[in-house]
Design a protein around this ligand. Structure first.
Ligand code: PLP
Length: 462
């Protein structure tokens, strides 16, 4: 087939005009004082609105942009507003968003030292900030992956291979100690990796060294347990496991100690809660998502190993077409050697730029502000008749009950509050009952907003 050179060139004719249009729209979006929450759009009709847009001959870019602005961009629940409290949100700083545009414009990848020494060195600088916050040794390191799920999978692969080899390679189904409060991605990772969970019952949703020891004592196949996953900031309750206690038992039993701090890891920067993380410095691997609570755009999770060479031995892909990147000279650092990925964009750079521009103190203050708002919300709940706080928040999740309410009541509340554009909130389950859950990660959350949301669920005064 003959390719018409004119046709490929005409793709570039669009560039200047389109660039101006795209930058204008980005600037308009970034200049909003508050991003509107929106409602997710009319989900049944979205596909129909896009029908016919892609065909052999293309469209005027203006037509496609306007389809995007009218039908695609508004059909979301915006996560970058303080009113989004239903899930752990993503609230990137403007600085990091702008730099994300640069990462795209410069086509920056971060696969290997050979191809991308600069971006990798900068990413490693940002990883170092997190490793220092966790108190990991100077040799610790890793890479940025797409999310906590990917980080957990990559870390647990290393845990499995090292654990099995230390036990002479004779384990058919290795096991990993977990609690019911571990994130769903941990169960998924075990499934992918052909491992089974060893469920550790907990008394108050918190994994302790004693609970782990008891579960191991009861387990007939305890020698097959190769790792333990502790959570530093559970997704449902925002609680931090007893990391020091778990680390001690992991040390005694030769278990890989993985800390899933995907959501909570930002708290390492906050002096008011830092001591709750004691023991994290003993982790073999840690995952922290800057796209959750460290003001970075999607999709960015830091995966750190205490002993990077051990991880590298498991993850490095060997092939003749990759030989050139595997130069084992000191100083060579290939992010592709530390997770199950190969090609990756330099997704740690927006965090690096934000840290370098604003300084770590401003990250500390932003995290402290959300912690303060969660404590304020808990106080408001405690001070309101008919509402019951279910546990003191350790991080930025507040769980409470409207006395007498069932699932339907909470769901109607969620729908009503969204329809009124006050907030996006969802119920969850806690100790077998439906409860209200508010999750704060936006540093510009205000007391007025907290009051406004509590007022939507507080019983009327009689
Ligand atoms: C969100 C979360 C994950 C998953 O992270 P993704 O970035 O969504 O893949 C894992 N663990 C915990 C504790 C989380 O809160």
């Amino acid at each position: 087939m003959n390719v018409d050179p004119q046709a490929t060139r005409s793709m570039h004719d669009l560039d200047h005009k389109l660039a101006r249009r795209v930058f204008d729209e980005c600037l308009r979006q970034l200049s909003l004082d508050e991003v509107p929450l929106k409602t997710g759009g009319d989900r049944d009709r979205i596909a129909g609105r896009l029908e016919g847009l892609i065909g052999p001959s293309g469209n005027d870019p203006e037509t496609v942009l306007s389809a995007f602005l009218r039908n695609v961009a508004p059909a979301i629940l915006a996560c970058d507003t303080p009113r989004f409290m239903a899930f752990v949100s993503c609230v990137p700083s403007k600085t990091s968003i702008l730099f994300d545009l640069m990462v795209s414009a410069f086509t920056l990848h971060g696969i290997s030292w050979l191809e991308a020494a600069g971006p990798v060195a900068a990413e490693n600088q940002a990883l170092r900030v997190l490793a220092d916050a966790a108190g990991l040794p100077a040799g610790a390191g890793g890479c940025f992956v797409s999310g906590g799920s990917s980080g957990n999978l990559s870390a647990l692969l290393v845990a499995r291979d090292i654990g099995v080899s230390r036990r002479g390679g004779r384990i058919a189904r290795p096991k990993v100690a977990v609690t019911a409060d571990a994130h769903s991605s941990v169960g998924k990772a075990l499934h992918v990796l052909g491992m089974d969970p060893l469920p550790v019952p907990t008394r108050d949703h918190r994994l302790t060294g004693a609970a782990l020891r008891e579960a191991l004592a009861r387990e007939p196949e305890r020698d097959d347990v190769v790792a333990v996953v502790a959570t530093a900031g559970t997704t449902n309750g925002g609680l931090i496991d007893d990391l020091a206690g778990v680390a001690a038992v992991a040390g005694e039993r030769g278990l890989w100690f993985h800390v899933d701090a995907a959501y909570g890891g930002a708290g390492l920067l906050a002096p008011s809660v830092r001591d709750l993380f004691d023991g994290v410095e003993q982790a073999d691997s840690v995952v922290i998502d800057p796209h959750k609570w460290l003001f970075s755009p999607f999709d960015c999770a830091a995966l750190l190993y205490r002993d990077p060479p051990a991880a590298k031995a498991v993850h490095t892909q060997r092939a003749s077409y990759l030989d050139a990147i595997h130069d084992d000279d000191a100083g060579v650092w290939n992010p592709s050697d530390y997770a199950h990925h190969l090609t990756r964009r330099a997704r740690g750079l927006p965090l690096w730029f934000g840290l370098a521009v604003h300084g770590t103190d401003s990250y500390r203050d932003a995290v402290e502000n959300t912690l303060a708002m969660a404590r304020y919300a808990a106080d408001r709940v405690t001070g309101t008749d008919g509402l019951t706080l279910l546990c003191e928040p350790e991080l930025s999740v507040v769980l409470f009950r409207r006395d007498g309410w069932g699932w339907d009541d909470y769901e109607q509340w969620s729908d009503r509050v969204l329809a009124d554009q006050v907030a996006y909130v969802l119920p969850t389950e806690w100790d077998g009952e439906p409860v209200a859950r508010l999750c704060f990660v936006h540093p510009e959350t205000t007391k007025q907003l907290v009051d406004e949301v509590i007022a939507t669920i507080a019983p009327p005064l009689d």
